[in-house]
Design a protein around this ligand. Structure first.
Ligand code: ADP
Length: 357
């Protein structure tokens, strides 16, 4: 019986690892060279199927991933790997997809994309309606919200008159985060629109994006200094008409730039913005690390970002972290920081071991 209890323990541990591995997945995408990049050989970043190798001045570091997208990978290649997590959202799991990385590494390209090369968000919206049209046993309704987190304030991007993002009025665009007795997070007053079909979804999404960019000098500025969150609430009704609908949330999050502004000599507002982004990104990293280790205490309270996502980052939810890196020599330091963040977030390394922090 002692042997049996050892076997049971072992199985338990293995299940735990498999469970975590299935819950938090970490992918890496390497941006292609742009004409503005200074190219040097040998190239410092090598991507393989499930690892990234970084070479610099004689040293060689390896980082394992669930999946790596090399420079030539296209939007379709990325979306194919994201699709299963959409299925999970339709099945009733809360899901978060994050786009992480230094400014200029392709976070927004991956999420939004271009008209010719649409990214995850437009593809996901389309896919949701496609998937449910073939499911005859349940009926689904979708609703959408979009918000920006800037300097720890929440700004409703689908409101009929979005609040100004001006530094001085930031406090005025704050929405309250509430948690109901069942642990479900609600953002008081956040606009939530019904999306009956893909055309309407795309229309609202475009509206939210416009609301975001008009308050900034340009889109790049917005995406480096604030987080942009899209929430789709999925409500599914099964065969039995009296049963309560099953509700789940799908979050698609374009995170603020992970570069450390402190080092660039930023001052004043830019410094505050950089600090706010860095704090919330490390809070997110801490939450994911705690979940991965199944620690009792998960520090959700340390940032607005993690408070908002509390019910979508815990037990039963699925997380996909897409870490973006630059292929350039000049960005190596930030690249290594992003890869280290990924390593910390990642459940199990490519050899099946839990990595060290
Ligand atoms: P971020 O959101 O991380 O600041 P962007 O998405 O704005 O970065 O990307 C920076 C630039 O690189 C943009 O001009 C974008 O079109 C381009 N880019 C990024 N990733 C790719 C890619 N995979 N293929 C083609 N162009 C890309």
């Amino acid at each position: 019986s002692m042997q049996r209890s050892i076997d049971e323990k072992r199985r338990e541990t293995l299940n735990k690892i498999l469970d975590i591995k299935g819950t938090i997945r970490v992918f890496c995408r390497v941006r292609p060279f742009l004409w503005t990049d200074k190219r040097r050989t040998p190239e410092p970043v090598l991507s393989e199927l499930d690892r990234v190798v970084v070479r610099s001045s004689g040293s060689r570091k390896e980082f394992g991933f669930d999946k790596v997208f090399h420079q030539e990978a296209n939007q379709e290649d990325v979306f194919v790997e994201v699709e299963p997590i959409l299925r999970s959202a339709l099945d009733g799991h809360n899901v978060c997809v994050f786009s992480y990385g230094q400014t200029g590494t392709g976070k927004t390209y991956t999420m939004d994309g271009t008209t010719d090369q649409p990214g995850i968000v437009p593809r996901a919206l389309k896919e949701l309606f496609q998937q449910v049209s073939s499911d005859k046993s349940s009926s689904y309704t979708f609703s959408m919200s979009m918000l920006e987190v800037y300097l720890g304030n929440l700004r409703d991007l689908l409101a009929s008159k979005p609040a100004s993002r001006a530094y001085e009025t930031a406090a005025k665009c704050n929405l309250n985060i509430q948690t109901d007795p069942k642990g479900s997070v609600e953002i008081e007053g956040l606009t939530q629109v019904e999306i009956p079909d893909f055309a309407k979804a795309r229309w609202w999404y475009a509206k939210g994006r416009r609301a975001r960019s008009t308050s900034w000098t340009n889109v790049n500025e917005a995406s480096s200094r604030s987080h942009c969150l899209i929430r789709i609430v999925i409500s599914r009704r099964g065969d039995t008409p009296d049963a309560k609908p099953k509700v789940s949330k799908l979050w698609m999050v374009d995170l603020g730039g992970s570069e450390r502004l402190l080092k660039t000599g930023a001052t004043g507002q830019t410094l505050d913005e950089g600090r706010a982004i860095n704090l919330s990104l490390s809070a997110l990293g801490d939450v994911i690390a705690a979940l991965r280790r199944k620690r009792g205490h998960v520090p959700y309270r340390n940032s607005k970002l993690t408070q908002i996502l509390k019910d979508s980052l815990g037990v039963g939810s699925k997380v996909l972290m897409l870490v973006h890196i630059s292929p350039c020599h000049d960005d190596l330091e930030e690249t290594i920081c992003s890869l280290s963040f990924a390593k910390r977030a990642k459940a199990v390394d490519s050899y099946g071991r839990l990595p060290e922090d």
